[in-house]
Design a protein around this ligand. Structure first.
Ligand SMILES: Cc1ncc(COP(=O)(O)O)c(C=O)c1O
Length: 404
């Protein structure tokens, strides 16, 4: 039906651009939009915990630029405490820099690494399937300084370019655990570790990460994507200073209101865990929300969703969930748990099903096609962390599709 219509209209939905063709009415918009990673599954938790997480910002609060404090001390403390509580990253002796989401910090990283590159071109490298927003970012930068993809094989080991490897682990879209591969092939290689999903509700925490340059995002840990706050943990002072300068030239600082809110949200999580000694993993999301235990809430919710998803697909020989979901010990939960990736990554198995993306789209499910992620559209990615209502509709539509 969509194909037959005439006029094109582009609608931006989070990180996805959807081309709708008109004339159309609202009733025609029957897609379930699952191409972005909107973390709305946390909404019921924060509604239940509105008292401990709400803030009032007085009119006089930090009206100046406050250049001497790009990171408000209370937020810095909460970020460091949160990593200690979860045990997912070492922050001692490291600098912390906040940005308007990881997206801004990544832009700062390209310019920092190109400033340090001594005139050599920086090539951003990342194995497929990858998070395509970074590809789109790099492609907006003037060619010549930072480029997308490795140069030809002949120059792989030569010293005339700098690989900037982005290691996303767990990876978006497939949840795989990744380690750098370029460091061993090219001595110039620089690595940015994107740890957006290295939290206990998505993956077992096997130990603190201790890399030179790590990124985290408030969007994925608490669900506050709209606050636009991410942070970098950086070991080297010179790198930190260049990153800071880049953020300054881009947005001066991150909004102090957003920082204050983030500090309050993180404090509410820490306080929730300070009230309990040990907690099992058998309660419901609502019970965990009532106890102010965000990671247990997220884990319980994702576990139920994944169980429903796997059950739906288990009998299908048409669709394959191509992800490693092997369990391992989680230091945070003190239990053996399965990974619960933020996205389900599906492969269409039948020879004739060339475009999995279109098959899902025709079934009213708008996912992210594999071609966006450096693969082919034989793959499609669906978000697992959207709101309850959307997820329920997704299951209904999948049920109908899988039984065809
Ligand atoms: C791997 C990864 N990194 C970064 C981001 C963006 O994070 P932020 O909202 O902090 O800009 C996303 C969002 O989906 C993501 O999946």
């Amino acid at each position: 039906m969509f194909m037959q219509m005439q006029k094109k209209k582009r609608v931006a939905l989070g990180m996805c651009f959807i081309f709708l063709v008109g004339p159309f009415s609202k009733s025609m918009l029957t897609f379930i939009i699952l191409c972005s990673g909107d973390p709305l599954m946390y909404l019921p938790y924060w509604r239940q915990n509105h008292e401990t997480s709400s803030i009032l910002i007085p009119g006089w609060y930090r009206i100046g630029y406050e250049l001497s404090q790009p990171l408000i001390p209370v937020l810095e403390k909460e970020i460091r405490d949160l990593h200690k509580l979860v045990g997912n990253a070492v922050t001692d002796g490291c600098y912390i820099l906040v940005g308007s989401g990881e997206m801004q910090l990544m832009m700062a990283a390209y310019s920092t690494i190109s400033m340090e590159a001594d005139g050599l071109p920086v090539h951003t490298v990342i194995d497929p399937p990858y998070y395509d927003a970074y590809e789109r970012q790099v492609k907006t930068i003037k060619p010549g300084t930072v480029r997308w993809g490795a140069p030809g094989l002949d120059s792989e080991s030569s010293g005339n370019w700098i690989p900037l490897e982005i290691v996303i682990s767990p990876n978006n879209p497939d949840g795989s655990l990744r380690t750098p591969t370029w460091k061993h092939r090219n001595e110039n290689a620089r690595t940015v570790h994107d740890n957006a999903y290295y939290w206990p509700h998505y993956t077992p925490i096997t130990g603190p990460r201790d890399d030179d340059f790590m990124l985290f995002s408030l969007s994925k840990v608490t669900g506050h994507a709209g606050s636009r706050l991410g942070w970098a943990i950086i070991k080297d002072r010179a790198v930190y200073e260049k990153m800071l300068m880049s953020v300054r030239l881009n947005s001066v600082t991150v909004s102090h209101e957003a920082q204050f809110r983030a500090a309050h949200i993180l404090r509410s999580i820490r306080e929730g865990y300070s009230k309990v000694k040990s907690v099992g993993l058998n309660s419901s999301p609502t019970e965990y929300a009532a106890q102010q235990l965000l990671f247990h809430y997220g884990h319980a919710k994702m576990k139920t969703r994944w169980e429903q998803m796997l059950k739906l697909f288990q009998a299908s020989d048409r669709f394959l969930i191509e992800q490693n979901l092997e369990q391992s010990y989680c230091n945070f939960f003190k239990d053996i748990v399965h990974p619960l990736p933020a996205f389900v990554w599906i492969r269409c198995q039948r020879e004739e099903d060339q475009s999995c993306f279109e098959i899902f789209r025709d079934a009213g499910i708008h996912g992210r096609g594999g071609a966006n992620c450096g693969m082919t559209n034989r793959y499609v990615r669906l978000a697992m962390m959207d709101g309850d209502h959307t997820f329920k509709h997704l299951l209904n539509r999948l049920q109908a599709l899988v039984s065809t």
